[in-house]
Design a protein around this ligand. Structure first.
Ligand code: NDP
Length: 221
């Protein structure tokens, strides 16, 4: 199996690398800094430099993965941005930073990734149930919520564009103990990634365009 993980320096992305590698997959993984790239290489990955919020860096991905045919692609890179309460308007700079990484990043990456897919490939975007409008009970972090709602829309369009070629889904990974999730979160990275790998291994073409919890439960938009 040939796997590409975008945003693999730490947290969920790194655990994807660790688990797929342990399962014997060939891994290409991206990170932004030399320390992270070195750690990925130590774990047997082909490590590529990629900042999903940098235009030149993203444009170079097609060249870096030219000739590859990936069976599984995970777009994991994401930022939370400012914590806000109520209707606290974000600054333009915060809006641009969060939307650039979480939404424009996948919109730029997906066309390039589409050219590097093996037949029947599975493509996952790591979204969040905070992006679900149907499940919403809080306004905390509304910029992040808006970005994850938007990337679910991006995922749906990608599923339509790649119909017959790849199964495209988005995930809520659970509330996970990472730098973003914090020490008090519900589950560890091993549990989250094991769950998402199981879902990725079992999804069918008819599941394309769906929003899954890490345990395989379907989530409301
Ligand atoms: P972390 O903050 O621990 O890790 C974020 C990852 O994204 C890092 O690898 C980081 O790289 C990378 N990243 C951020 N910005 C960029 C960028 N511009 N270019 C490339 N890589 C970038 O978060 P998690 O591991 O917890 O989160 C991973 C994904 O899961 C995110 O999309 C997040 O929104 C989502 N998620 C997480 C939840 C949780 O409870 N943890 C819950 C719901 C969703 P670097 O080290 O270079 O900063």
């Amino acid at each position: 199996m040939n796997v590409l993980i975008i945003g693999a320096s730490r947290g969920l992305g790194f655990e994807f690398v660790r688990q797929y590698r342990a399962a014997g997959a060939r891994i290409t993984a991206t990170a932004r800094d030399e320390t992270a790239l070195g750690r990925l290489r130590e774990h047997g990955a082909l490590a590529l430099t990629l900042d999903v919020a940098d235009t030149a860096s993203v444009s170079g991905l097609a060249w870096l993965i030219d000739g590859e045919r990936f069976d599984v692609v995970v777009i994991n890179a994401g930022v939370y941005g400012p914590e806000t309460a109520g209707l606290e308007t974000p600054t333009v700079a915060d809006f641009d930073a969060v939307m650039h990484t979480n939404v424009l990043g996948p919109m730029r990456l997906l066309p390039q990734i589409a050219e590097a897919l093996a037949p029947g490939a599975r493509v996952a975007i790591i979204s969040s149930r905070m992006g679900s409008i149907g499940l919403r009970t809080s306004t905390a972090g509304w910029l992040y919520r808006a970005s994850k709602a938007a990337v679910n829309s991006v995922m749906k369009d990608a599923s339509l564009a790649l119909a017959g070629k790849a199964t495209v889904i988005s995930f809520h990974p659970g509330w996970v103990r990472t730098d973003m999730g914090g020490a008090g979160a519900d589950i560890d990275t091993a549990t989250s990634i094991a769950g998402m790998r199981t879902v990725l291994a079992s999804v069918k073409p008819s599941d394309t365009g769906s929003f899954f919890n890490y345990d395989g439960q379907r989530l409301a938009w």
